[in-house]
Design a protein around this ligand. Structure first.
Ligand SMILES: [Zn+2]
Length: 647
């Protein structure tokens, strides 16, 4: 991240985000300070991708991609942050300083990640080599039994982790110190009292020349994976970042059947799709991905000739994975067995993918067959044939509803509809929802009007966060004003400055200073911070979390524009900022705070009404008196024309 004083920060100030993004996306002016175009990160026909000129950030209201110029370059060029800094410097013709990382912490992180990737590569080679040795005969036997030939073993870099816990450690100990080996997730640590004798301490110290003093402790690390068949997990670039180990031991003591690497600096389970590195080109070409549950399934299906296959490893899809996948295709065929443990996760995944606008089909194999077994028993062609007959997601759901609830009784029909409605509700497009409703009505032989009515109700209650319009954020009128005030900096005097200049690429800093002379007392950021901190007027608002985060940033002196926010909040902030058509004035700010005060008083008045009723019932005259007094005061404050801000 770019911080004040950094080279990256200074460079970013010199860059014009509109011009940089304009090299990739055709942008049209959409407002005083913002531009819009078709999002390069998801397929769309109407523009929901916006760029704010003076605040120097972009936001897509369709897919939620958001950030500054570096974030844009990282995403579009698929590069790291340091690389994006280098690229921007190149584009602007600014020479790079010698040091490439902004902070020691970041340099350490980058170095750590580099070493961890090297360690995993070394481990992967080690496991592959061990699989060829005589003591791995049972592993080779197991793999042969699963139908994997030499070619498949090489392609998926499958290996064998030997029984001994120390061989891998000894093989890689030259590459990193003990701390890094621990952080790699490849090793476990023995308890302190069971540490090996002193002699190994001398060996450890002498083999870590970089930090000779730090490793006085005896080496107590041993391999986490022992006597297991090893499946490497790669990132999108094909670098090994984790492993799954399948045990070859029959006894219970050898741990779980499948053992996975823990999360590390390079491995985040929620961000990885198994086999994406091998599948991504085929996914792009065929314009759909085939999703299976387990790694073994994935390997089998790939070997059967379906190269667009990826695996979720039995956990529900995350939003990050959906976005990762959507760069290659927004169509997906899901192959899972609805009666397995992974089915619940798969169904949750489908819900998420539907919400992310994926087009989904479901492939259901004969009961009891997973893809791996199906291919081994019936052959690759049979599998491809089944794949060609995959069902549309809603046909699959309707069938499930029919099986669960007898559709010939009216009670069964109601239950079936209730089962389907939440699924329909997740569909982003209203038109698609209507079509599905009609289909459901027809297939379940329900009077369409009744179902449509129900659906209409559900559609109305649908959360607005998915709708692709910057204004549809469910915010009250006051909230964007507060968000803009708290975001501070550029944009306050912008709209006026814009009138007086013809340059499209007016930069924030100069424009603000030329206009802020109007009212030197007016500091909306500080004012809002003060009022909200003391009165908590934003409590219960949709933007409460965002406003709290902004207030923290203001009080800590960090840049509100570089806050780490949840998707919904980032969207809210972008909507508030992109829509800066009205100038932030002392009057508009006053009115916004006033509106919130009224809202709070009205809320309290409703509370008082029920408290008063309670007190009357309990014949508690003392409380009743107090409550009535408070209510009278509030009534007075809320009288039309009364200013709650200055009572
Ligand atoms: Zn987008």
């Amino acid at each position: 991240m770019a911080n004040p004083g950094d080279f990256a920060y200074t460079l970013k100030q010199q860059a014009d985000i509109v011009r940089i993004i304009g090299e990739y996306v055709r942008l049209k002016r959409a407002g005083a300070q913002n531009y819009s175009g078709l999002c390069p990160f998801h397929g769309e026909k109407t523009p929901s991708f916006s760029v704010h000129a003076s605040r120097q950030f972009f936001h897509c209201f369709g897919c939620g991609e958001s950030g500054d110029v570096y974030k844009f370059l990282q995403r579009i060029e698929n590069i790291s942050f340091p690389e994006s800094v280098r690229l921007l410097a190149q584009k602007l013709g600014v020479p790079m300083p010698k040091v490439q990382f902004d902070s020691p912490a970041e340099a350490r992180e980058a170095k750590l990640r580099g070493i961890l990737v090297d360690l995993h590569e070394a481990a992967c080679r080690f496991f592959q080599e061990r699989l060829k040795r005589p003591e791995a005969a049972h592993a080779r036997e197991y793999l042969k039994g699963r139908g994997l030939d030499e070619e498949a073993l090489a392609r998926f870099r499958i290996g064998y982790a030997p029984e001994s816990g120390f061989l891998l450690r000894d093989a890689v100990r030259e590459m990193a110190d003990q701390e890094l080996l621990r952080e790699s997730g490849l090793f476990s640590q023995a308890a302190r009292d069971s540490a090996p004798p002193r002699e190994s301490s001398a060996a450890a110290a002498s083999s870590a020349p970089k930090q000779p003093d730090r490793e006085a402790q005896p080496s107590t690390l041993y391999s986490k994976f022992r006597n297991r068949v090893m499946f490497p997990i790669c990132n999108e670039q094909g670098k090994v970042i984790a492993f799954t180990g399948r045990t070859l031991a029959a006894d219970e003591k050898s741990g779980p059947k499948y053992l996975n690497s823990p999360e590390t600096a390079i491995y985040h389970k929620s961000r990885v799709l198994y086999n994406l590195h091998l599948a991504k080109e085929a996914i792009r070409q065929l314009d759909y991905a085939l999703l299976v549950e387990g790694q073994m399934d994935c390997i089998s299906v790939y070997n059967a000739g379906c190269h667009n296959v990826i695996a979720s490893s039995g956990t529900a899809f995350t939003e990050i994975q959906a976005k990762l996948l959507s760069r290659f295709s927004k169509k997906i065929v899901v192959n899972f067995d609805p009666d397995t443990a992974g089915a619940a996760a798969a169904e949750r995944s489908l819900g998420l993918l539907i919400g992310e606008d994926f087009e989904i089909r479901v492939l259901t194999l004969d009961q009891g067959f997973d893809p791996d077994l199906y291919i081994r028993r019936k052959g690759a062609d049979a599998y491809k044939q089944a794949l060609a007959h995959s069902q549309k997601y809603f046909d699959y759901l309707i069938e499930r509803a029919r099986k669960q609830f007898p559709a010939h009784t009216s009670e069964g029909k109601v239950k079936a509809v209730n089962y389907l409605l939440p699924h329909i509700q997740r569909v982003a497009s209203r038109i698609a929802r209507d079509e599905i409703a009609a289909e459901v009505a027809q297939k379940l032989q329900i009077d369409s009007a009744v179902l449509r009515q129900e659906l209409h109700h559900v559609a109305g209650a649908r959360q607005t966060t998915r709708v692709s319009a910057p204004t549809a954020t469910g915010l009250t009128e006051a909230e964007p004003i507060l968000i803009r005030a708290l975001a501070g900096g550029a944009g306050l005097g912008q709209q006026q400055a814009e009138v007086s200049t013809t340059s499209t690429f007016t930069r924030g800093a100069t424009a603000v200073s030329s206009r802020q002379g109007d009212d030197p007392e007016f500091d909306p950021q500080r004012q809002v911070q003060f009022v909200l901190a003391s009165e908590r007027l934003h409590e219960g608002l949709a933007s409460e979390g965002l406003i709290d985060a902004l207030m923290r940033a203001v009080s800590e002196g960090t840049d509100p524009m570089s806050l780490e926010l949840a998707d919904g909040e980032r969207r809210m902030m972008a909507a508030a900022l992109m829509d800066e058509h009205e100038l932030l004035t002392p009057e508009s700010l006053h009115a916004a705070l006033e509106a919130l005060r009224r809202r709070k008083l009205e809320h309290r008045r409703r509370e008082l009404r029920s408290l008063i009723a309670d007190a009357e019932r309990a014949q508690d005259s003392i409380s009743l008196g107090e409550l009535l007094r408070e209510k009278t005061n509030i009534d007075k404050l809320l009288r039309p024309g009364q200013d709650a801000l200055n009572p």
